[in-house]
Every structure is written in C-alpha cells, then in structure tokens.
Write a protein of this length. Sequence first.
Length: 323
Amino acid sequence: MIATLLIAIAAGSASALMFASMISGAMISLLLFWLAPLPLMMAGLGWGPLTATIGGIAAALGLGAIFGLPYCITFVIMVALPAWWLGHLVLLGRPSADLNPASGSAPGTVNLEWYPVGRILLWIAGFAVLTTMAALLTLGTDAGSIAAAMKRGLMRVLDSRMVTANADMERVVDAMVAVAPLAAVIVTMISLTINLWLATLITATSGRLRRPWPDLRATALPAMTLVASCAAIAFCFTSGLLAILAQVTTTALMAAYALTGFAVLHTVTQSLNSRTFWLSCAYAVVVIFTWPVMAMVVLGIADALFGLRQRYLRSRPPPLPAS
C-alpha cells in the first residue's frame, strides 16, 4: 500500500509540474502541458484506477494551494478526470463464455471481454467537447461575449507583435475566432488519444498491463454515433451557445471517424507489398497538408455505412493450413 501511495504521489507531482509548466511561457512547456495526463494514465493502467485517483487528488490540491482554485478546477477537468476515467475503461472487462469451437479454448472456458476501443474513442471525444466548452465558458456566458473575448485576446497578441490593424486583419481575426473552438477540440482529442496510446504502450512494455493489447485495426464506433453526428450537424445551423456546442461536438465526432478511417486504411492495405511505405506517405500527407484528413473521415463513415473492413476480410483467401 505504501508503494502504491508513493507511486500515486510521484505520478501526481509529475503531472502537476507538467501542467504548471505553461506559466513559464517556454515553447517546450506546450508539449509538457499536453502530455500532463500521461503520468496519471500510466499509474492507473499499471497500478489501478485508485492510484490515479490518489495522484490526481494530490496534484489538484497542490496546484490549488499554490496557484489558486481556478488552476485546481482546470487541472481536474482537463487532466485528472480524463486520465482516471480512460485508464479505468481500458482495464474494464467482463467474463464471457467462449462458445466458438474453432477458437482452440476448452468448452466452457471463461474469457474476458474488454471494453471496446471504439467506445473509448467516443469517451475521448466527449472529454474533448467538455474541456473545450469549459474553456469557452470562462470567456463569457453567451456566443457574443465569447467571440468578443477571443477577438480582444488575438488583437492584443497582434499589437504585441507590432502588427498594424486594418480591414483585412479584422477579417483574418474573425476567421480565427470562428475556427479556434474547432481547432481546440481537435488538439485536445489528439492529445488524449496519443497520451492513452503512449501510456498503454509503456505499461505493456513494462509488463504491468493487465489486459492484452487491443486490435486497433478493428476499432469501430457504435452505430448510434452516425445518428448523433447528424443531429449535431443539424444544430450547427442554430445560433448562440447551442450552435457552438453543436459545432464542437460535430468536430469531435468527425475526428473520431477520421481515426477509424486510419484503422480501415491499416486493414485494407494488409495485402500490399509496400504497405509501410504507403501508410507512411498517407500519414505524412495528412500531417503536412491537414485537409486530406477529410478523406479519412469519409473512409471512416463509409466503413460504418457499408462495412468496408468486413467486405475486405471476407474477400481474402483463407490462410493455408500449417504443415
């Protein structure tokens, strides 16, 4: 118990220091800030959710005592809560009787059915929406005040860089204000996804991961995600905070479909001789130009509608029997 407590405090301290590094204003602090959930996720995956809970509470109390209540609340919403809950979901399993005679298991063998990766991806999207909307509500309580606060902040940044304000600059700033919430939710979702992947990989490498490595190529969102996406898109045409929430939610769900699109790409390229080269090119094009990620969104939605991966796997010849 003492060892678990020490690990929790160490993870919480590391996470709190990485979160508080943003105060320095150094460029490296941005990377540390987005990796702040990693120590708590590793503690939760390796030593259980209770360890992540203790570490998160200790870190939040320390930040609150040093920097004040706003830092404490921000840390809990952006770092501690997602790290604890996502780590809990990764280790969440339920017994399921293996009724498949071809699986090689003895009849009546009880296996564990682990929480689906696609549902974890939806939770990540939910946390991205939550943190983005919480950050926006600190700027104002309605769409107009939020946009005005963001515009004032951007204008101050431009003034500090000695940029002369004009009509063209006003239009650029207005465009940045409109795009900022969508960019924030995408960055948050990518950050949480990478943190969880890294934490799972490091924990598995250390031998402390208490579940098998999931088949990420089989990642699929629940069927009702398409219905939720259509509803969110419809509400985007309203106004006020509801429209902002709908836009942020739609962006998060489209990002989730983009990630499933990459899973589809990894599946349907299995038979290619130069598979590593083509996958590397696809990732490089998305990172450099950004807009081709829409192709991954379309691929993810097409797989949800038409079952592209299942069709591909059924069309492949069965493996040769071992001699």
